[in-house]
Design a protein around this ligand. Structure first.
Ligand code: IMP
Ligand code: MG
Length: 178
């Protein structure tokens, strides 16, 4: 863990480390999607800052769509009972879909979203997440593009929150005491 602090929180990844990771992901995705025009499905609210940085580095046309998921749990853990709080109305049939997510933790949210989106018969569906916390996985999820693998800590900043706080931190930080 680095010593630099933002709002007194330990920094896990600096702005420049995040930028390097986003550039790498954008290069991989740009290579894989040559000649296609995918729909990026961003999961509100945590992934919007990542989406904004990633989308601007993709060197092909994209469409942007948003879904919001809510789990009935509270605090730092999802209950596993997920529902769509904001539903996607755009047809996905025969489209290439790339889900853009902030963090995959238990995997329950992404397993649910993948199942819902597959029902719309897209021609392909892939998952890009900035952070992957595999130590907490309860449901297997294939992550196609991954920024960082993170330890089992609660993470905030760069879009991610704790009780709606810290989303605007430019770094990715850790909350050590919840
Ligand atoms: P999952 O369903 O347990 O994989 O969790 C999914 C969602 O919970 C993520 O998309 C985040 O929005 C949120 N989440 C999980 N871990 C963290 C964390 O460490 N910090 C902030 N949000 C988190
Ligand atoms: Mg999320």
């Amino acid at each position: 863990m680095k010593t630099k602090h933002s709002q007194n929180l330990p920094v896990l990844y600096t702005q420049s480390e995040i930028e390097t990771a986003v550039n790498r992901l954008a290069a991989e995705i740009t290579q894989d999607y040559q000649g296609r025009k995918p729909i990026l499905v961003s999961v509100l609210k945590g992934s919007v800052i990542f989406l904004a940085d990633l989308a601007r580095r993709l060197e092909f046309p994209v469409e942007l769509e948003f879904v919001q998921l809510s789990s009935y749990g509270s605090g730092t853990e999802s209950s596993g009972k997920i529902r769509m709080a904001q539903v996607l109305k755009t047809p996905l049939k025969d489209r290439d879909v790339l889900i853009v997510e902030d963090i995959v933790d238990s995997g329950q949210s992404m397993a649910f979203l993948l199942e819902q989106l597959r029902k719309k018969k897209p021609s392909s569906i892939k998952l890009c997440c900035l952070l992957d916390k595999p130590s907490r996985r309860k449901v297997a999820v294939t992550v196609d593009y991954r920024g960082f693998t993170v330890p089992d800590k609660f993470i905030v900043g760069y879009g991610m929150d704790y009780a709606e706080q810290y989303r605007n931190l430019p770094e990715i930080c850790v909350i050590e005491q919840l």
